[in-house]
Design a protein around this ligand. Sequence first.
Ligand code: DC
Length: 230
Amino acid sequence: MSDITIAIDGFSSTGKSTVARQLAAALSYIYVDTGAMYRAVTLYALRSGFISGETVDDKALINHLKGLELEFRHNPDTGRSDMYLNGENVEKQIRTLEVSRMVSQVAILPEVREKLVALQRKMGKNKGLVMDGRDIGTVVFPDAELKIFMTASPDIRAARRYKELLDKGEKVQYEEVLENVRKRDHIDANRAVSPLKKAEDAVVVDNSDMGLSEQFERLHFLARQIIAEE
Ligand code: DC
């Protein structure tokens, strides 16, 4: 019995992070939310004036990538890991609709992906982790012992995300959120570098009609089975 790597990929707002966090806690594994890293780079680009309207100034962002410091630090109050950008806790700032709107455009840049994938591989070198994202089972850890591909209908995902944003006090329209979900699906699945796609050996979980505990039980069972065999 030894530690494994669990890769969870899928469309946005499929609840990857919820189940990944639950799994990591149950197995005493590390949880890494790679979307937070792409969001932090996007926040940096927004703050630096490298994004105007819908356009990202690729060259300026790429020129500044080297000096960009991204780090997860444990937050004892929440028991979770918070995203730090150049030493500042940006966990809250990276979850706004403004960042969501632009993140796919930043995540298509090969230079950004190269930097973040290298960091992610470093975090996972000792195994014993659950990592969620879009390319974890296909690019970051193609040898992961357990790969999950999560999906749910766009309407259901938009409704979940809408509720989350309202709970946080953001003033948004449901249609705006649905539009963002659809647009991100399209960009994430069609970009040239590391598009979102199911790894051949991934287990598909459609959670449109699945409760949180049912979903967790299913993945926990799969994980325990593989861990027992390792
Ligand atoms: O999981 P999320 O919605 O927080 O991710 C935000 C964006 O980052 C998503 O639209 C696509 C991108 N992303 C990516 O390209 N590769 C990853 N491994 C994780 C996220």
